[in-house]
Design a protein around this ligand. Structure first.
Ligand code: ADP
Length: 273
């Protein structure tokens, strides 16, 4: 990871036990080829393939004149784990939104998984987002559906076969420690369990990049640590993981690289001790 130092807005769109099978691990490391990967138009030639994320002189100014990010440069290599910290309102969520194309930069370039995100529209943007697992602070579960249905829904929407969906479901639920709760509804689960469902949903298609926006913001320390262990395990399986948080204690405990956003500017931080 290396760092030095907006147009419009658009809408957006995934363990902890040791039973995640080797085949699932392989799929994470060697992701299933998708239409997005086959689409050469989504792959600019000028991005080093070892970079999962590259921000070049990115500024994001919202329509109301708020400068959320100012001249931000950042490189995150494949298989890296990065924390983005900073006070509320400093620009952390905006940074993640730019990575999955939920917002467009006002200036500069955002390159993710070899795609220039600003150039993507419609189906290409949808296909691009399938390669990113996004985890939100507020889970965003469907409360009328069971745990299993919340997870498989994503794959159904992407046209996976029933057989492939079933093949992925069990190891994913095992990974987040929720196999026994597959038939429960979200409101029968604790906050920590609900967040683990949202992680399962984010990872079931084995995306190479996982973005987690304050994933522990609503959780107590024990559940927060469980979530962080799952994210670290996914990283050890080969996923690039970027996590925003303002929980300094958690960051210290994880001992991973950290950048800090302050007033829209990005600062490198050595590992917080
Ligand atoms: P953080 O995630 O660190 O809390 P955000 O990225 O959400 O920060 O916000 C950074 C700044 O941009 C804040 O001042 C916030 O009010 C502003 N902001 C965020 N989203 C919008 C929006 N859609 N329109 C206008 N201003 C926004």
């Amino acid at each position: 990871m290396r760092e030095q130092g907006s147009r419009g807005s658009r809408g957006a769109g995934e363990q902890g036990e040791k039973t995640f099978t080797q085949s699932t691990v392989n799929r994470l490391t060697n992701p299933v080829t998708t239409a997005a990967q086959n689409d050469s138009a989504t792959q600019p030639p000028n991005c080093s393939s070892s970079n999962m994320v590259q921000l070049r002189s990115v500024t994001k100014t919202y329509g109301n004149g708020c400068h959320a990010l100012l001249d931000v440069n950042l490189e995150v290599k494949q298989k890296e784990f990065l924390f983005v910290t900073g006070p509320s309102g400093s620009g952390k969520s905006t940074l993640l939104k730019l990575l999955y194309g939920g917002e467009l930069p006002t200036q500069g370039e955002v390159i993710v998984n070899e795609c220039n995100v600003s150039s993507l529209r419609g189906d290409r943007l949808s296909l691009f987002r399938r390669r990113i697992g996004i985890i939100f602070q507020d889970y965003k579960l469907i409360y009328q559906r069971t745990v299993a249905e919340n997870v498989t829904f994503v794959l159904e929407a992407q046209g996976y076969t029933r057989k492939e969906i079933q093949r992925r479901l069990e190891p994913t639920l095992k990974l987040v420690g929720l196999l026994a709760k597959a038939d429960c509804f979200p409101d029968q689960l604790s906050g920590g369990e609900q967040q683990r469902v949202s992680i399962a949903r984010a990872i079931v298609a084995t995306p190479p990049l996982i973005l987690a926006d304050e994933p522990t913001g609503n959780l107590d320390p024990d559940n927060s640590w469980q979530v962080m262990q799952i994210l670290q395990k996914l990283n050890s399986f080969g996923a690039t993981v970027i996590v925003t948080t303002h929980d300094e204690q958690l960051v210290r405990r994880c001992n991973k690289p950290v950048v800090q956003v302050r007033n829209g500017r990005l600062y490198r931080q050595s590992v917080v001790k």
